[in-house]
Design a protein around this ligand. Sequence first.
Ligand code: SF4
Length: 339
Amino acid sequence: MDKLLTKAQETHNLSKSEIIELLNSDGSDLFYLADEIREKYVGNEVHLRGLIEFSNICKCTCKYCGIRCSNKKIQRYRMLPDDIINLAGKAYDTGFKTVVLQSGEDSYYTRNVMCDIIKEIKKLDIALTLSIGERSYEDYKAFKDAGADRYLLRIETTDRNLYKTLHPNMDFDNRLRCLKDLKSLGYETGTGCLVGLPGQSIESLADDIIFFKSMNADMIGLGPFLPHPQTPLKDCAAGSFDLALKVMAITRLLLPDINIPATTAMETINPDGRLIALKSGANVFMPNVTDRVYTSKYEIYPNKSGIDATQNDIISEIEQKLQTIGRMVSYTKGCRKQI
Ligand code: SF4
């Protein structure tokens, strides 16, 4: 094990069998090393991204997702462009240097509608991340030309068969095409996976990590699978917090300079989950700054953590939490600085 960690520390490369060995380990040395590498390459500051969940309307039917279109039990909402722009302005005034606009795959927000929103928000000195799903190359190009800086699109799993089972109306190759387009257009591109999906193997998680490395992802978002009661996977066991943490820590070893959020899913499954993640390789926090009237309705998984804070007290609360682990809030845009 020591030899493996030394190799990872020196080369930032591991074979699939070595990754599997680490995934099967107890993790303690791995988490310690991931924390050291995080400090060496991206420092002690934690970048904040203000998350705006602007529509929970989605045409897709991902089997694990609480806002899949076939869930008729949730109340749907769609924010107006002006409301999205105002909320981004409020986040900026509060101190956020990045906002993330996230939604289901909602065709109301056409290329032109999105470009107008992006251009307005980019009048502020703020980085803008989009997380609005699969679009055409032309859409991605237009959003980039309008000023968008980053794009998040999780691959969810690189196991083609599992992907097909979980995403009935989606095409794995199109997802890959989207990620390739985003990279080629110069976005800081984020991806990631769900850990502990029913039918997912340790080998396939190792493939996911190798995929992150091979595409040179700029951001990786990971979380344990959490069964939502209004989905076909409601009776499946949740993913393991420890395994999700190991996938995250190994990703830090292989991609030492990228941005890795301590996700809300980590905190939903473990009350200290986000702080533990920050001590095991993560360097980003994505607090939800959407108005409270909407946050409870954007329920991809149940009992989502951190949806009660108001925008005004979010940053001071985070500062206090970070102090307990010797970390501090970054007041920069927090772009990836590649080594
Ligand atoms: S995971 Fe994303 S694309 Fe799939 S149903 Fe949920 S919001 Fe839609």
